[in-house]
Ligand binder design. Structure first.
Ligand code: C5P
Length: 233
């Protein structure tokens, strides 16, 4: 599995996102980027096509969660945007994940990497028990959801770098771990609680790190990106 750094393009307009990407024009290889709800809902599928046409790989982070038939049809539409990675909530059940895989298949038989969100990192043990009536330990719930995703045929999960090793143990070395919550040793954690450096994420076995503000808000984003790549890849 090729390791890579994915930049979270958390911008609210086409102009802001493209002005940011223009800084990378001189890079030999265009960075892999993540388009989330904010940019997608602001600009729609056109922004995905435009960034793809500039030569970037794209992780479309829309976290689908609906009845299987709806997710299948939505995945078919998203897959046609020629994105490289898409995701959904494992909580939608195996039937929903199977339907998503069917929908994501393109006419030539290939499909983007379909990965699952297990429990959001914003969900605590306490809230999971009180609000979701799930009473197992949170780390066991994460591993159970990862196993369900792997057994259904999904390519991997979004998780903390701290969980990447256990996910690989449970689901195999080829099951992809995509991990946010990355910060430089000398940087600001912001609202992320459990953070690791790119170098530590590599040691822990992450396959892809998702890095937003440490690159997008840096005085020199290209230098910050290069630093991530040199520590992680
Ligand atoms: O700016 P920062 O590096 O914290 O950005 C992390 C990105 O990863 C954001 O787009 C955030 O929504 C996303 N993410 C996360 N934690 C998760 C899932 C996604 O931080 N569990």
């Amino acid at each position: 599995m090729g390791k890579d750094v994915i930049i979270a393009l958390d911008f609210d307009s086409r102009e802001a996102a493209l002005a940011f990407l223009d800084r990378f024009a001189g890079e030999p290889e265009k960075p892999f980027v993540k388009i989330g709800m904010e940019l997608y809902y602001a600009e729609g599928p056109a922004i995905v096509r435009e960034i793809k046409a500039r030569g970037h790989k794209i992780f479309l982070d829309l976290k689908l969660h609906d009845i299987p038939n709806t997710v299948k049809k939505a995945m078919a539409v998203l897959s046609r945007l020629d994105v490289d990675m898409v995701n959904l909530h494992a909580a939608g059940t195996r039937a929903m994940m199977e339907a998503a895989l069917e929908g994501a298949a393109r006419p030539d038989g290939c499909r983007p990497l379909v990965i699952a969100v297990t429990q959001l990192t914003s969900t605590s043990q306490e809230r999971m028990e009180a609000d979701l009536l799930i009473e197992q330990p949170l780390d066991q719930v994460v591993l159970h959801y990862a196993r369900c995703a792997a057994q259904t045929g999904l390519a991997g999960v979004v998780c903390s770098p701290l969980e990447a090793g256990k996910v690989h143990q449970a689901c195999g070395a080829d099951f992809v771990t995509v991990t946010p919550g990355v910060r430089f040793a000398d940087g600001d954690a912001g609202d992320q609680v459990r953070v690791t450096t790119p170098a530590r994420a590599k040691e822990l076995g992450s396959d892809y790190i998702v890095v937003g503000r440490p690159i997008t808000q840096a005085a020199d984003p290209v230098a910050a990106y290069r630093r991530c790549v040199s520590e992680f890849v």
